[in-house]
Write a protein that binds this ligand. Structure first.
Ligand SMILES: [Zn+2]
Length: 461
Protein backbone atom coordinates (compact mmCIF):
# COMPACT_ATOMS: atom_id res chain seq x y z
CA UNK A 1 0.00 0.00 0.00
CA UNK A 2 1.19 3.51 -0.81
CA UNK A 3 2.14 5.68 2.10
CA UNK A 4 -0.31 8.46 2.85
CA UNK A 5 1.41 11.63 4.11
CA UNK A 6 -2.01 13.16 4.80
CA UNK A 7 -3.49 10.26 6.78
CA UNK A 8 -4.20 12.25 9.95
CA UNK A 9 -5.83 15.10 8.02
CA UNK A 10 -7.79 12.69 5.82
CA UNK A 11 -9.18 10.96 8.90
CA UNK A 12 -10.22 14.22 10.52
CA UNK A 13 -11.82 15.69 7.41
CA UNK A 14 -13.57 12.54 6.19
CA UNK A 15 -14.60 11.57 9.72
CA UNK A 16 -16.15 14.98 10.26
CA UNK A 17 -18.02 14.94 6.93
CA UNK A 18 -19.38 11.45 7.60
CA UNK A 19 -20.65 12.31 11.07
CA UNK A 20 -22.29 15.62 10.12
CA UNK A 21 -25.68 16.25 8.52
CA UNK A 22 -24.68 19.81 7.52
CA UNK A 23 -24.65 18.96 3.78
CA UNK A 24 -28.30 17.93 3.78
CA UNK A 25 -29.32 20.82 6.02
CA UNK A 26 -27.72 23.20 3.50
CA UNK A 27 -29.50 21.39 0.65
CA UNK A 28 -32.87 21.89 2.38
CA UNK A 29 -32.29 25.62 2.67
CA UNK A 30 -31.04 25.90 -0.92
CA UNK A 31 -33.87 23.88 -2.48
CA UNK A 32 -36.89 24.21 -0.20
CA UNK A 33 -36.36 27.80 0.97
CA UNK A 34 -34.77 29.40 -2.07
CA UNK A 35 -36.39 27.36 -4.88
CA UNK A 36 -34.87 27.20 -8.34
CA UNK A 37 -32.40 30.09 -7.79
CA UNK A 38 -32.86 30.77 -11.51
CA UNK A 39 -31.40 34.07 -12.70
CA UNK A 40 -33.72 36.92 -11.73
CA UNK A 41 -35.59 35.14 -8.91
CA UNK A 42 -35.54 36.25 -5.27
CA UNK A 43 -34.03 32.87 -4.39
CA UNK A 44 -31.02 33.60 -6.57
CA UNK A 45 -29.98 36.55 -4.40
CA UNK A 46 -30.85 34.64 -1.21
CA UNK A 47 -28.60 31.78 -2.30
CA UNK A 48 -25.71 34.11 -3.16
CA UNK A 49 -25.98 35.79 0.26
CA UNK A 50 -26.24 32.37 1.90
CA UNK A 51 -22.95 31.21 0.33
CA UNK A 52 -21.15 34.38 1.36
CA UNK A 53 -22.39 33.98 4.95
CA UNK A 54 -21.53 30.25 5.03
CA UNK A 55 -18.00 30.98 3.79
CA UNK A 56 -17.62 33.43 6.67
CA UNK A 57 -19.11 31.01 9.18
CA UNK A 58 -16.68 28.31 8.02
CA UNK A 59 -13.72 30.66 8.47
CA UNK A 60 -12.87 31.48 4.84
CA UNK A 61 -11.34 34.89 4.20
CA UNK A 62 -12.39 37.59 1.74
CA UNK A 63 -15.91 36.11 1.42
CA UNK A 64 -17.58 38.27 -1.19
CA UNK A 65 -20.27 38.57 -3.86
CA UNK A 66 -18.77 39.72 -7.18
CA UNK A 67 -21.59 41.33 -9.18
CA UNK A 68 -21.97 41.38 -12.96
CA UNK A 69 -24.65 42.41 -15.42
CA UNK A 70 -26.36 39.88 -17.65
CA UNK A 71 -29.50 39.37 -19.74
CA UNK A 72 -32.12 37.76 -17.50
CA UNK A 73 -35.05 35.89 -19.01
CA UNK A 74 -38.52 35.38 -17.56
CA UNK A 75 -41.18 33.17 -19.09
CA UNK A 76 -44.68 34.37 -19.87
CA UNK A 77 -47.49 32.39 -21.44
CA UNK A 78 -46.81 29.87 -24.21
CA UNK A 79 -49.36 27.87 -26.20
CA UNK A 80 -48.92 25.32 -28.97
CA UNK A 81 -51.93 24.26 -31.03
CA UNK A 82 -52.40 21.81 -33.85
CA UNK A 83 -54.32 23.69 -36.54
CA UNK A 84 -54.66 20.84 -39.04
CA UNK A 85 -55.44 18.01 -39.72
CA UNK A 86 -57.05 18.09 -36.24
CA UNK A 87 -57.44 20.85 -33.68
CA UNK A 88 -55.71 20.16 -30.41
CA UNK A 89 -53.72 22.02 -27.82
CA UNK A 90 -50.34 20.54 -26.82
CA UNK A 91 -48.97 21.36 -23.35
CA UNK A 92 -45.56 22.97 -23.66
CA UNK A 93 -43.03 25.31 -22.06
CA UNK A 94 -40.77 27.94 -23.62
CA UNK A 95 -37.01 27.33 -23.42
CA UNK A 96 -34.89 30.04 -21.74
CA UNK A 97 -34.16 32.99 -24.06
CA UNK A 98 -37.12 32.09 -26.27
CA UNK A 99 -38.21 35.40 -27.82
CA UNK A 100 -41.86 36.43 -27.87
CA UNK A 101 -43.42 35.18 -31.09
CA UNK A 102 -46.62 34.31 -32.97
CA UNK A 103 -46.25 31.94 -35.86
CA UNK A 104 -47.98 29.17 -37.78
CA UNK A 105 -46.07 26.55 -39.77
CA UNK A 106 -45.74 22.92 -40.76
CA UNK A 107 -44.04 20.51 -38.34
CA UNK A 108 -40.94 18.66 -39.46
CA UNK A 109 -39.39 15.84 -37.44
CA UNK A 110 -35.61 15.47 -37.33
CA UNK A 111 -35.70 12.45 -34.99
CA UNK A 112 -32.89 12.63 -32.41
CA UNK A 113 -31.37 15.65 -34.15
CA UNK A 114 -28.08 14.03 -35.13
CA UNK A 115 -26.13 16.01 -37.78
CA UNK A 116 -27.15 13.53 -40.49
CA UNK A 117 -30.83 13.92 -39.59
CA UNK A 118 -30.70 17.58 -40.64
CA UNK A 119 -28.88 17.15 -43.94
CA UNK A 120 -31.62 15.18 -45.67
CA UNK A 121 -34.55 17.37 -44.64
CA UNK A 122 -35.99 20.63 -45.92
CA UNK A 123 -36.46 22.83 -42.90
CA UNK A 124 -37.10 26.25 -44.44
CA UNK A 125 -40.14 27.93 -42.94
CA UNK A 126 -40.96 24.95 -40.74
CA UNK A 127 -41.13 24.16 -37.04
CA UNK A 128 -38.39 21.61 -36.37
CA UNK A 129 -38.80 18.92 -33.72
CA UNK A 130 -35.87 16.94 -32.25
CA UNK A 131 -35.74 14.64 -29.22
CA UNK A 132 -33.45 15.15 -26.25
CA UNK A 133 -31.60 11.85 -26.87
CA UNK A 134 -27.87 12.70 -27.03
CA UNK A 135 -27.15 10.00 -29.62
CA UNK A 136 -25.03 6.88 -29.76
CA UNK A 137 -22.26 5.65 -32.02
CA UNK A 138 -21.09 9.15 -32.93
CA UNK A 139 -18.26 9.09 -30.41
CA UNK A 140 -19.75 12.21 -28.83
CA UNK A 141 -23.00 13.58 -27.43
CA UNK A 142 -25.17 15.95 -29.41
CA UNK A 143 -26.37 18.74 -27.13
CA UNK A 144 -29.69 20.59 -27.32
CA UNK A 145 -27.82 23.77 -28.37
CA UNK A 146 -26.45 22.01 -31.45
CA UNK A 147 -29.91 20.70 -32.46
CA UNK A 148 -31.38 24.15 -31.99
CA UNK A 149 -28.54 25.80 -33.96
CA UNK A 150 -28.86 23.35 -36.86
CA UNK A 151 -32.63 23.96 -36.94
CA UNK A 152 -32.14 27.72 -37.22
CA UNK A 153 -29.26 27.35 -39.69
CA UNK A 154 -31.43 25.11 -41.88
CA UNK A 155 -34.08 27.83 -42.14
CA UNK A 156 -36.44 26.54 -39.45
CA UNK A 157 -38.59 29.25 -37.86
CA UNK A 158 -39.34 27.40 -34.63
CA UNK A 159 -37.84 24.58 -32.56
CA UNK A 160 -39.53 21.89 -30.47
CA UNK A 161 -37.44 19.91 -28.00
CA UNK A 162 -39.17 16.59 -27.25
CA UNK A 163 -38.13 14.77 -24.08
CA UNK A 164 -36.93 11.22 -24.79
CA UNK A 165 -37.83 10.05 -21.27
CA UNK A 166 -41.41 9.10 -20.49
CA UNK A 167 -43.22 10.38 -17.43
CA UNK A 168 -40.94 13.38 -16.86
CA UNK A 169 -42.82 16.11 -18.74
CA UNK A 170 -40.86 18.55 -20.88
CA UNK A 171 -37.07 19.02 -20.45
CA UNK A 172 -35.77 22.55 -20.38
CA UNK A 173 -32.44 24.17 -21.30
CA UNK A 174 -31.45 27.49 -22.80
CA UNK A 175 -31.35 28.12 -26.55
CA UNK A 176 -28.97 31.09 -26.45
CA UNK A 177 -26.17 32.45 -24.29
CA UNK A 178 -26.80 35.69 -22.42
CA UNK A 179 -29.18 37.16 -25.02
CA UNK A 180 -32.52 36.57 -26.67
CA UNK A 181 -32.49 33.63 -29.11
CA UNK A 182 -32.90 33.91 -32.86
CA UNK A 183 -35.97 31.69 -33.36
CA UNK A 184 -38.45 30.57 -30.68
CA UNK A 185 -37.81 27.23 -28.97
CA UNK A 186 -40.22 25.27 -26.79
CA UNK A 187 -40.29 21.89 -25.09
CA UNK A 188 -42.88 19.12 -24.85
CA UNK A 189 -43.13 15.76 -23.09
CA UNK A 190 -42.26 12.49 -24.79
CA UNK A 191 -45.93 11.51 -24.71
CA UNK A 192 -47.11 14.62 -26.62
CA UNK A 193 -44.17 14.28 -29.01
CA UNK A 194 -45.14 10.70 -29.80
CA UNK A 195 -48.71 11.86 -30.42
CA UNK A 196 -47.46 14.44 -32.94
CA UNK A 197 -45.27 11.84 -34.64
CA UNK A 198 -48.21 9.44 -34.97
CA UNK A 199 -50.28 12.22 -36.43
CA UNK A 200 -47.62 12.93 -39.07
CA UNK A 201 -47.36 9.23 -39.90
CA UNK A 202 -51.12 8.68 -40.17
CA UNK A 203 -52.30 11.93 -41.73
CA UNK A 204 -49.30 13.49 -43.46
CA UNK A 205 -48.75 17.21 -42.94
CA UNK A 206 -49.33 18.68 -39.48
CA UNK A 207 -49.66 22.46 -39.05
CA UNK A 208 -48.92 24.08 -35.73
CA UNK A 209 -49.63 27.49 -34.24
CA UNK A 210 -47.18 28.78 -31.63
CA UNK A 211 -47.80 31.77 -29.36
CA UNK A 212 -45.19 32.69 -26.78
CA UNK A 213 -44.55 35.77 -24.63
CA UNK A 214 -41.33 36.09 -22.62
CA UNK A 215 -39.12 38.86 -21.32
CA UNK A 216 -35.37 39.39 -21.59
CA UNK A 217 -33.83 42.31 -19.70
CA UNK A 218 -30.62 43.41 -17.98
CA UNK A 219 -30.16 42.43 -14.36
CA UNK A 220 -27.37 41.79 -11.84
CA UNK A 221 -26.13 38.38 -10.68
CA UNK A 222 -23.17 37.33 -8.55
CA UNK A 223 -20.25 34.94 -8.33
CA UNK A 224 -19.66 34.23 -4.66
CA UNK A 225 -16.02 33.76 -3.73
CA UNK A 226 -14.23 32.75 -0.52
CA UNK A 227 -10.60 31.82 0.16
CA UNK A 228 -8.24 29.81 2.27
CA UNK A 229 -4.89 31.53 1.82
CA UNK A 230 -1.81 29.40 1.15
CA UNK A 231 1.11 29.17 3.55
CA UNK A 232 3.98 28.69 1.10
CA UNK A 233 2.99 29.27 -2.54
CA UNK A 234 0.54 32.00 -1.67
CA UNK A 235 0.39 33.34 -5.23
CA UNK A 236 -0.89 29.97 -6.51
CA UNK A 237 -4.45 28.71 -6.25
CA UNK A 238 -6.51 25.56 -6.42
CA UNK A 239 -10.00 26.59 -7.50
CA UNK A 240 -13.18 24.64 -6.85
CA UNK A 241 -16.49 25.85 -8.23
CA UNK A 242 -20.07 25.00 -9.08
CA UNK A 243 -23.00 27.02 -10.32
CA UNK A 244 -25.94 27.62 -8.01
CA UNK A 245 -28.70 28.58 -10.45
CA UNK A 246 -31.15 25.83 -11.38
CA UNK A 247 -33.82 26.03 -14.06
CA UNK A 248 -36.97 27.94 -13.19
CA UNK A 249 -39.19 24.84 -13.50
CA UNK A 250 -37.48 22.85 -10.72
CA UNK A 251 -35.43 22.91 -7.52
CA UNK A 252 -32.21 22.13 -9.38
CA UNK A 253 -31.30 19.80 -6.51
CA UNK A 254 -29.00 17.43 -8.38
CA UNK A 255 -28.01 19.92 -11.08
CA UNK A 256 -26.40 22.00 -9.70
CA UNK A 257 -26.57 22.46 -5.93
CA UNK A 258 -25.68 18.93 -4.86
CA UNK A 259 -22.25 20.05 -6.08
CA UNK A 260 -22.38 23.33 -4.15
CA UNK A 261 -23.40 21.50 -0.96
CA UNK A 262 -20.35 19.25 -1.38
CA UNK A 263 -18.13 22.31 -1.91
CA UNK A 264 -19.44 23.92 1.30
CA UNK A 265 -18.57 20.74 3.22
CA UNK A 266 -15.10 20.67 1.67
CA UNK A 267 -14.65 24.34 2.65
CA UNK A 268 -15.83 23.65 6.18
CA UNK A 269 -13.41 20.78 6.88
CA UNK A 270 -10.43 22.19 4.98
CA UNK A 271 -10.79 25.40 6.97
CA UNK A 272 -11.18 23.53 10.27
CA UNK A 273 -8.29 21.07 9.89
CA UNK A 274 -5.98 21.99 7.01
CA UNK A 275 -5.78 25.81 6.95
CA UNK A 276 -2.23 25.92 8.35
CA UNK A 277 -1.01 22.97 6.23
CA UNK A 278 -1.95 23.93 2.68
CA UNK A 279 0.86 25.20 0.47
CA UNK A 280 -1.01 27.21 -2.15
CA UNK A 281 -4.37 28.87 -1.54
CA UNK A 282 -7.78 27.37 -2.21
CA UNK A 283 -10.49 29.50 -3.76
CA UNK A 284 -14.17 28.48 -3.54
CA UNK A 285 -16.55 29.89 -6.15
CA UNK A 286 -20.34 29.65 -6.45
CA UNK A 287 -21.02 30.68 -10.05
CA UNK A 288 -24.15 32.54 -11.09
CA UNK A 289 -26.32 32.02 -14.20
CA UNK A 290 -24.61 28.97 -15.70
CA UNK A 291 -27.82 27.54 -17.12
CA UNK A 292 -28.27 30.45 -19.49
CA UNK A 293 -24.78 30.52 -20.98
CA UNK A 294 -22.03 29.91 -18.37
CA UNK A 295 -22.33 33.64 -17.74
CA UNK A 296 -20.95 33.75 -14.19
CA UNK A 297 -17.88 31.69 -15.10
CA UNK A 298 -17.22 33.78 -18.23
CA UNK A 299 -17.52 36.96 -16.17
CA UNK A 300 -15.18 35.56 -13.52
CA UNK A 301 -12.51 34.67 -16.08
CA UNK A 302 -12.86 38.10 -17.70
CA UNK A 303 -12.58 39.92 -14.38
CA UNK A 304 -9.62 37.83 -13.16
CA UNK A 305 -7.82 37.27 -16.45
CA UNK A 306 -4.38 38.23 -15.12
CA UNK A 307 -4.72 35.58 -12.37
CA UNK A 308 -5.41 32.65 -14.71
CA UNK A 309 -1.73 31.67 -14.76
CA UNK A 310 -1.81 31.27 -10.97
CA UNK A 311 -4.44 28.50 -11.04
CA UNK A 312 -3.03 25.01 -10.57
CA UNK A 313 -6.37 23.34 -11.18
CA UNK A 314 -9.97 24.43 -11.55
CA UNK A 315 -12.23 21.59 -10.34
CA UNK A 316 -15.83 21.90 -11.52
CA UNK A 317 -18.35 20.30 -9.14
CA UNK A 318 -21.46 20.88 -11.27
CA UNK A 319 -24.08 18.37 -10.03
CA UNK A 320 -21.31 16.37 -8.33
CA UNK A 321 -23.37 15.26 -5.31
CA UNK A 322 -25.68 12.95 -7.26
CA UNK A 323 -25.34 9.21 -7.87
CA UNK A 324 -22.38 7.80 -9.76
CA UNK A 325 -18.66 7.42 -9.09
CA UNK A 326 -16.81 10.46 -7.82
CA UNK A 327 -13.71 10.58 -9.94
CA UNK A 328 -11.73 13.17 -11.86
CA UNK A 329 -12.56 13.92 -15.49
CA UNK A 330 -9.72 16.04 -16.85
CA UNK A 331 -10.13 18.22 -19.91
CA UNK A 332 -7.10 17.22 -22.00
CA UNK A 333 -4.51 17.35 -19.22
CA UNK A 334 -2.75 13.95 -19.44
CA UNK A 335 0.26 15.66 -17.79
CA UNK A 336 -1.78 15.35 -14.55
CA UNK A 337 -2.41 11.59 -14.86
CA UNK A 338 0.54 10.72 -12.60
CA UNK A 339 -0.61 13.20 -9.97
CA UNK A 340 -4.07 11.61 -9.80
CA UNK A 341 -2.65 8.09 -9.85
CA UNK A 342 -0.57 9.10 -6.84
CA UNK A 343 -3.61 10.65 -5.13
CA UNK A 344 -5.67 7.53 -5.83
CA UNK A 345 -3.07 5.31 -4.18
CA UNK A 346 -2.58 7.59 -1.18
CA UNK A 347 -6.31 7.97 -0.62
CA UNK A 348 -6.94 4.19 -0.76
CA UNK A 349 -10.00 5.13 -2.76
CA UNK A 350 -11.35 3.97 -6.10
CA UNK A 351 -10.76 7.30 -7.85
CA UNK A 352 -11.48 6.88 -11.55
CA UNK A 353 -9.58 9.50 -13.55
CA UNK A 354 -9.05 10.20 -17.22
CA UNK A 355 -9.60 12.65 -20.05
CA UNK A 356 -12.87 13.83 -21.59
CA UNK A 357 -13.89 17.36 -22.54
CA UNK A 358 -17.30 18.98 -22.72
CA UNK A 359 -18.20 22.59 -23.46
CA UNK A 360 -21.31 22.70 -21.33
CA UNK A 361 -20.35 23.79 -17.85
CA UNK A 362 -18.38 26.38 -15.91
CA UNK A 363 -14.95 24.84 -16.48
CA UNK A 364 -15.15 25.74 -20.15
CA UNK A 365 -14.36 29.47 -19.95
CA UNK A 366 -11.34 28.49 -17.79
CA UNK A 367 -10.35 25.80 -20.32
CA UNK A 368 -10.55 28.40 -23.09
CA UNK A 369 -8.31 30.71 -21.06
CA UNK A 370 -5.71 27.88 -20.90
CA UNK A 371 -6.25 26.91 -17.25
CA UNK A 372 -5.85 23.25 -16.18
CA UNK A 373 -9.45 22.09 -15.56
CA UNK A 374 -11.30 18.96 -14.49
CA UNK A 375 -14.81 17.96 -13.43
CA UNK A 376 -15.88 15.57 -10.73
CA UNK A 377 -17.51 12.55 -12.36
CA UNK A 378 -16.96 9.13 -13.83
CA UNK A 379 -14.87 9.22 -16.97
CA UNK A 380 -15.86 5.62 -17.73
CA UNK A 381 -19.63 6.22 -17.62
CA UNK A 382 -21.48 6.50 -20.92
CA UNK A 383 -23.92 9.39 -21.23
CA UNK A 384 -27.41 8.55 -22.44
CA UNK A 385 -29.21 11.68 -21.26
CA UNK A 386 -30.07 13.75 -18.22
CA UNK A 387 -32.91 11.61 -16.82
CA UNK A 388 -34.86 13.85 -14.43
CA UNK A 389 -32.22 16.59 -14.89
CA UNK A 390 -33.58 19.80 -16.43
CA UNK A 391 -37.17 18.68 -15.71
CA UNK A 392 -39.56 19.71 -12.93
CA UNK A 393 -38.53 16.52 -11.11
CA UNK A 394 -34.96 17.48 -10.20
CA UNK A 395 -36.01 17.72 -6.57
CA UNK A 396 -34.34 17.25 -3.20
CA UNK A 397 -36.00 13.90 -2.42
CA UNK A 398 -33.69 12.32 -5.00
CA UNK A 399 -30.50 13.43 -3.25
CA UNK A 400 -28.79 11.08 -0.81
CA UNK A 401 -26.66 12.31 2.08
CA UNK A 402 -24.22 9.45 1.40
CA UNK A 403 -23.55 10.83 -2.10
CA UNK A 404 -23.08 14.38 -0.82
CA UNK A 405 -20.63 13.09 1.78
CA UNK A 406 -18.67 11.09 -0.76
CA UNK A 407 -18.41 14.02 -3.17
CA UNK A 408 -17.31 16.34 -0.35
CA UNK A 409 -14.75 13.81 0.94
CA UNK A 410 -13.17 13.31 -2.47
CA UNK A 411 -13.17 17.05 -3.14
CA UNK A 412 -11.43 18.04 0.10
CA UNK A 413 -8.84 15.25 -0.17
CA UNK A 414 -8.03 16.08 -3.78
CA UNK A 415 -7.85 19.83 -3.07
CA UNK A 416 -5.55 19.21 -0.13
CA UNK A 417 -3.18 17.30 -2.39
CA UNK A 418 -3.33 19.87 -5.19
CA UNK A 419 -2.63 22.65 -2.69
CA UNK A 420 0.23 20.77 -0.98
CA UNK A 421 2.03 19.48 -4.09
CA UNK A 422 5.65 20.69 -4.05
CA UNK A 423 5.83 20.84 -7.83
CA UNK A 424 2.84 21.22 -10.12
CA UNK A 425 3.23 19.69 -13.59
CA UNK A 426 0.52 21.63 -15.46
CA UNK A 427 0.76 25.27 -16.48
CA UNK A 428 -1.28 27.80 -18.41
CA UNK A 429 -1.69 26.95 -22.08
CA UNK A 430 -1.20 29.42 -24.86
CA UNK A 431 -4.16 30.53 -26.98
CA UNK A 432 -2.68 28.64 -29.92
CA UNK A 433 -2.61 25.31 -28.09
CA UNK A 434 -6.16 25.81 -26.84
CA UNK A 435 -7.30 26.51 -30.41
CA UNK A 436 -5.52 23.40 -31.69
CA UNK A 437 -7.28 21.19 -29.14
CA UNK A 438 -10.63 22.88 -29.79
CA UNK A 439 -10.35 22.24 -33.52
CA UNK A 440 -9.53 18.54 -33.12
CA UNK A 441 -11.91 17.66 -30.30
CA UNK A 442 -15.16 16.02 -31.52
CA UNK A 443 -16.95 17.04 -28.31
CA UNK A 444 -16.40 20.69 -29.27
CA UNK A 445 -18.39 20.50 -32.51
CA UNK A 446 -20.73 22.96 -30.80
CA UNK A 447 -18.06 25.68 -30.98
CA UNK A 448 -18.10 25.46 -34.80
CA UNK A 449 -21.87 25.20 -35.09
CA UNK A 450 -22.39 28.20 -32.81
CA UNK A 451 -19.90 30.22 -34.83
CA UNK A 452 -22.11 29.56 -37.88
CA UNK A 453 -25.19 30.55 -35.88
CA UNK A 454 -23.44 33.76 -34.84
CA UNK A 455 -23.07 34.77 -38.52
CA UNK A 456 -26.79 34.16 -39.07
CA UNK A 457 -27.60 36.09 -35.91
CA UNK A 458 -25.60 39.08 -37.13
CA UNK A 459 -27.34 39.00 -40.54
CA UNK A 460 -30.79 38.89 -38.99
CA UNK A 461 -30.42 41.29 -36.08
ZN1 LIG B 1 -25.28 22.21 -14.04
Amino acid sequence: MAENPFLELDRKMVGDIHTSSEAMENMEILCDDFGSRFGGTAGERQAATFFRDKYKEYGLSKARMEPYKYASWARGETTLEIVSPVQHEIPCIALPYCPSARLEAELIDVKDGMPGDFEVRKLRGKIVMATSFPGRGLGRSVHRSEKYARSALGGGIGFIFMNHYEGLGPATGSIANNREALIPGISISKEWGEYLLRLVRRKGKVRLKLRTRNRTRTRTSWNVVGELPGNRNSDRWAVIGCHYDGHDISQGAHDPVSGMAAILEAARVLSAYAADRIGCGIRFIAFGTEEIGLIGAKEYVKAHLEEMGQIRLMLNMDAAGGAGRKGIVMHHWPVLDDFFEGAREQMAYDLPYGQRLSAFSDHFPFFEAGVPTASMGDVEATFSGRGFGHTAFDTLDKIKLSNLREAASVACRVLLRVACAEKWPARLRSKRVVERITKKEPNLEIVKVEAELEKLYRRKR
